[in-house]
Design a protein around this ligand. Structure first.
Ligand SMILES: Cc1cc2nc3c(=O)[nH]c(=O)nc-3n(C[C@H](O)[C@H](O)[C@H](O)COP(=O)(O)O)c2cc1C
Length: 208
C-alpha cells in the first residue's frame, strides 16, 4: 500500500532511518477497507457508516461509500458490501457492483450484509414471529449466487428502519398481520460487534 505517495522501495536515502522505519511500519499497520453500500431510504447507509467508523476506532482505515460512487476496488485490502432488501432482493446497483467487481473481490477478504425487516438477532416483529420467520428463512438464490461469486467470509442480516409511507401495500398488509412495528430497529451493539470481529480478522496490529 502507498503512504502519501511513498513506496518503501523508493524512500529517498536522505530520509532518516527512524522515519524510514516509521513509514515501513505504517505500511504494515494501515489497512484500507471499503464499506460499500446500496440504500433505498438511508438505513443501510447508516449501518455502513457505523461499520466504517467502528473499524477506524479499531485502527483500521475504512471508508463508507455508495456502490455507485466506487470506481474500483483494487486499491482496498478488504471490502464489506451491504444492501437493503427490497422485494426480497438486494438493490440492483449492489448486485451489479458485485458482478462487475467479482474478480478483484474474490482476491481479497469480503464480508456481506443485508438490511431488511429481519436481522439475525433483532427484527421489526414480535419475538415469536421473528423466530418463526428465521426458521423459515433460507439463503435466497441471489445470496447463494453472490457467495459463489465472491467467496465472502460471512453474510450477516441486520434489521433496518421502515416508515409506513415507505412500505408498498403488500408490506403494510404483512405488518398488520404479523404485528410488525414501524421505526428504527437497527441494533447498534450487534453492528459494532460485527465490525470488531471484522477488525480482528484483518491482519492488523493496533496500539502504536
Ligand atoms: C419498497 C420496499 C420493499 C421492501 N421489501 C422488503 C422485503 O422484501 N423483505 C424485507 O424483509 N424487508 C423489505 N423492506 C424493508 C427494508 O428492507 C428495510 O426497511 C430496510 O431498512 C431498508 O433499507 P434502506 O433504508 O437502506 O432502504 C422493504 C422496504 C421497502 C421500502
Amino acid at each position: 500500500m502507498m503512504v502519501s505517495g511513498i513506496r518503501p522501495g523508493v524512500i529517498p536515502q536522505a530520509v532518516p532511518a527512524a522515519l524510514r522505519t516509521a513509514v515501513l511500519l505504517w505500511e504494515v499497520m494501515v489497512m484500507v477497507v471499503l464499506v460499500a453500500y446500496a440504500t433505498g431510504h438511508g438505513s443501510t447507509r447508516g449501518i455502513a457508516v457505523r461499520i466504517a467508523d467502528r473499524l477506524r476506532q479499531r485502527s483500521v482505515d475504512a471508508r463508507a461509500c455508495a456502490v455507485a460512487d466506487v470506481l474500483e476496488v483494487s486499491s482496498y485490502e478488504a471490502v464489506v458490501l451491504g444492501s437493503a432488501i427490497h422485494g426480497g432482493k438486494w438493490l440492483p446497483e449492489a448486485r451489479q457492483f458485485a458482478v462487475r467487481n467479482a474478480a478483484p473481490l474474490r482476491e481479497r477478504p469480503v464480508w456481506l450484509f443485508s438490511v431488511s425487516t429481519l436481522g439475525d438477532e433483532e427484527s421489526m416483529f414480535p419475538p415469536r414471529v421473528a423466530n418463526r420467520l428465521r426458521g423459515l428463512r433460507k439463503e435466497t438464490p441471489e445470496m447463494t449466487q453472490m457467495c459463489r461469486l465472491l467467496h465472502p467470509r460471512e453474510h450477516r442480516n441486520f434489521a433496518g428502519a421502515i416508515t409506513r409511507s415507505h412500505w408498498p401495500a403488500i408490506g403494510r398488509a404483512f405488518f398488520r398481520v404479523t404485528g410488525g412495528r414501524y421505526g428504527d430497529h437497527r441494533n447498534w451493539p450487534a453492528i459494532d460487534a460485527w465490525a470488531d470481529l471484522i477488525a480482528s480478522q484483518l491482519d492488523v496490529k493496533s496500539g502504536l
